[in-house]
Design a protein around this ligand. Structure first.
Ligand SMILES: NC(=O)c1ccc[n+]([C@@H]2O[C@H](COP(=O)([O-])OP(=O)(O)OC[C@H]3O[C@@H](n4cnc5c(N)ncnc54)[C@H](OP(=O)(O)O)[C@@H]3O)[C@@H](O)[C@H]2O)c1
Length: 304
């Protein structure tokens, strides 16, 4: 190695084809001092120009081989079974991906002393008295929530350097991912369609790139433990929708307030929720964008 050469840190992004995974990969691709390896369950990467392996995190041997061959300094786990209602019936699969997969990653991370960054959720709480701090007592309402809490517990006893970033209501899109909430609202209202939005679910929606910033900070500053990551404003989903409509100058009379129970969803949702982010702010300078700033970013990027 010549003096002046950069010693590159290696980062493995697991679940790189998901929404968060894609935004994370795009972030690290711009940095010169990181070597990146991506893997997700699909045959091919949805992002061009990256080193990619098709890997199922429920395949213990495949996880081991990937981690040992690449020997990353940090592993970012953006893979998950994220369908909250389907988790009620697809319990075995949800557990395998959300809990066993995390155990396999942490088993491999332990051998090579890698830092594992894992994403969790405010759904581990019952929504009776949010917003929640990192030390609040969990009480999950549904099976997805139980798997996510179990993944946290697996990491707590793993003996590795781990960071759990709990987040809530992610918004912002990636080029090749499903439509996010903001884009869905804009599309519906532009088509003059009525939308029914819950008025009794309160949280602090999180712009996906703010979560990516937090991931990069905990890796850079080697911050271990649990951190809440969320937006700067606590509001109902209905009020969030009004703000989106205002920003894009759309007809607010099409937004009909309803209660969560009217949706008859398979899994119960925490109602008075949200995550306090003071720990992340004070320990690594986490500073989320305001809602209007994020809508402006989305407007220019997605030509909304
Ligand atoms: N979205 C939210 O509002 C929210 C809120 C709080 C926390 N979170 C957490 O944030 C994280 C990222 O969420 P996201 O919104 O980016 O989810 P996402 O778009 O659904 O991405 C998850 C990715 O994991 C992949 N995956 C599923 N099973 C896999 C397996 N066995 N092996 C490898 N990859 C697999 C999925 O592939 P397929 O699509 O092909 O299944 C998908 O590409 C998750 O841990 C989630 O629990 C999300």
């Amino acid at each position: 190695m010549l003096s002046g050469d950069i010693v590159k840190k290696r980062v493995l992004v697991v679940g790189s084809n998901g929404t968060l995974g894609q935004r994370t990969v795009e972030f690290y691709l711009k940095l010169k001092n990181y070597e990146l390896l991506c893997c997700s369950v699909e045959n091919e990467s949805v992002i061009d120009g990256v080193e990619y392996f098709s890997r199922d995190i429920t395949d213990k041997e495949a996880v081991k081989k990937t981690v040992f061959d690449f020997c990353p300094d940090s592993i970012i786990n953006a893979a998950a079974f994220t369908n909250v209602d389907l988790s009620e019936t697809e319990r075995e699969l949800a557990w395998k991906i959300n809990v066993k997969g995390v155990e396999y990653l942490s088993d491999a991370a332990r051998i090579i002393d890698a830092h594992l960054v894992h994403i969790s959720t405010d759904y581990i709480f019952d929504g009776k008295n949010g917003p929640y701090s990192e030390t609040a007592k969990p009480n999950p309402l549904g099976y997805y929530s139980r798997t996510k809490l179990a993944s946290e517990n697996a990491l707590k006893i793993s003996g590795i350097n781990f960071t759990i970033l709990r987040t809530n209501v992610l918004y912002g899109t990636a080029k090749n991912s499903r439509t996010d909430f903001v884009k869905w609202v804009v599309n519906k209202l532009r088509n003059k369609e009525q939308i029914k939005i819950v008025i009794d679910q309160i949280n602090n929606p999180t712009f996906i790139d703010d979560l990516v910033q937090a991931i990069s900070k905990v890796i850079e500053f080697r911050k271990f433990g649990i951190y809440n990551i969320g937006g700067p404003e606590f509001l109902s989903r209905y009020d969030f929708t009004l703000r989106i409509a205002d920003f894009f100058n759309l007809d607010k009379s099409l937004i009909i307030p309803i209660k969560t129970e009217e949706l008859n969803q398979a899994a119960r949702r925490p109602l008075k929720s949200g995550l306090l982010t003071i720990k992340a702010q004070s320990e690594f300078g986490f500073k989320p964008h305001t809602i209007e700033e994020t809508l402006l970013l989305m407007k220019s990027e997605l030509a909304l």
